[in-house]
Design a protein around this ligand. Structure first.
Ligand SMILES: Nc1ncnc2c1ncn2[C@@H]1O[C@H](COP(=O)(O)OP(=O)(O)O)[C@@H](O)[C@H]1O
Ligand SMILES: [Mg+2]
Length: 359
């Protein structure tokens, strides 16, 4: 296995800057996830690491070795794709050993390594099956085995679970993480699914329009977003725009329009007094009070919609002079009615406030 680093990699397709000055490092045995909305440059970054694309500028290193201009077949990477890409007319065995056949590995060794790789993905008993006689999850396991059999230095995965149903996605996610850890692979994983990224990764690189918006451990990305893009991209988040009244170090006071109230924030990124700030409020951090309390950090509003979700209730509140916000409540709390006046209480630490330089 090998450490992978990108230094200021830029890749353009004519006028489109698909990857814009991207740098990050993945250590041996770690899973790094490229996370971001469709079109943000995840696949292009991955393909640049595989050698399918060459960057316009910047460098790619495997360990100390500059491999920026090395062709793909000389890189020893393996890629798992969203659509499995198995050959339907070839058995599981032949699909898995294909790479070894190309490398003219002797037959007995092919057979031994196929069994070993299929065992790793719990598909040992399926060597003679045809791919179309397997479920989507099983086909994806075969695709992973086909990658592992060549002992890649780097395992690349481009939205490998997108075609699986929700339950299988959860299981397979765990299996992939276990496998990467067990074999100490260096893995780069691509997804647009935030929850998947949070649970599978050691590090996450959040991308938007070709650029990195934040790099960090899952908990960092969740708890300490550096900008409103990351704050709203991760989880279901509410976004408000409020005027900044005052800022002192990591505290700020924000005006709540059409009330004489203000909202306190203790999570402040690059605010400017008198300018607009983007405020991110997570639905699970909001509490519903029925009485106004001048000492509380309160946002007044009216209940607009209630929806039962089994383990929680999803409430939409129209804020006074502001937009709708979503609140998650546990069901045991007091029942509410549409139209009712409520006060949303939020701890200042949970009022994530971003100035224009951190939008
Ligand atoms: N082969 C290509 N030719 C031209 N434009 C491309 C090509 N591949 C990707 N792009 C463009 O580059 C941007 C990033 O694409 P991509 O890396 O596929 O994003 P993602 O994987 O995050 O959805 C998009 O605007 C896309 O349209
Ligand atoms: Mg893609």
């Amino acid at each position: 296995m090998v450490e992978v680093s990108l230094e200021n990699v830029t890749k353009k397709f004519e006028e489109v800057v698909a990857v814009d000055n991207v740098s990050f490092k993945v250590r041996e045995g770690e899973i790094l996830t490229l996370l971001g909305p469709s079109g943000c440059g995840k696949s292009t970054t991955l393909r640049t690491i595989a050698g399918f694309y060459f960057p316009d500028s910047g460098k790619v290193y495997f360990g100390d070795k500059d491999i920026t201009n090395l062709p793909p077949q000389d890189r020893n990477t393996a890629m798992v794709f969203q659509n499995y890409a198995l050959w339907p007319h070839m058995s599981v065995r032949d699909n898995v050993t294909y790479g070894l056949k190309l490398r003219k590995v002797p037959r007995e060794e092919q057979e031994r390594r196929a069994k070993e790789a299929l065992k790793m993905v719990q598909m040992g008993e399926f060597v003679d099956r045809m791919p179309l006689k397997l479920s989507g999850g099983q086909q994806q396991r075969v695709a992973v085995a086909r990658c592992l059999i060549v002992n890649p230095d780097v395992l690349l995965m481009d939205e490998p679970l997108s075609n699986l149903d929700a339950k299988l996605r959860l299981e397979t996610r765990k299996d992939i993480r276990d496998l990467v850890k067990e074999l100490s692979l260096t893995a780069i994983y691509v997804t647009h699914d935030q929850e998947e990224a949070l649970s599978i990764s050691d590090y996450i690189v959040v991308m938007h329009e070709g650029r990195i918006r934040q790099t960090g451990k899952p908990r960092d990305i969740w708890d300490n977003p550096e900008n409103s893009f990351v704050g709203t991209f991760i989880g279901e988040a509410n976004l408000l725009e409020l005027q900044v009244k005052s800022v002192h170090d990591s505290n700020a006071t924000l005006e709540i329009p059409r009330t004489d109230r203000s909202l306190a924030s203790e999570y402040v990124k690059r605010l400017e007094i008198g300018k607009k700030a983007r405020i991110v409020l997570r639905p699970e951090k909001l509490r519903v009070d029925l009485e106004e309390d001048l000492n509380a950090n309160h946002l007044p509003g009216r209940v607009k919609h209630l929806m039962y979700h089994g383990t929680y209730e999803r409430l939409t509140v129209k804020l006074t002079g502001g937009p709708d916000v979503v609140v998650y409540r546990s069901e045991l709390e007091t029942p509410l009615k549409v139209g009712q006046v409520v006060y949303l209480r939020v701890k200042p630490r949970d009022v994530l406030a971003f100035g224009p330089a951190a939008f």
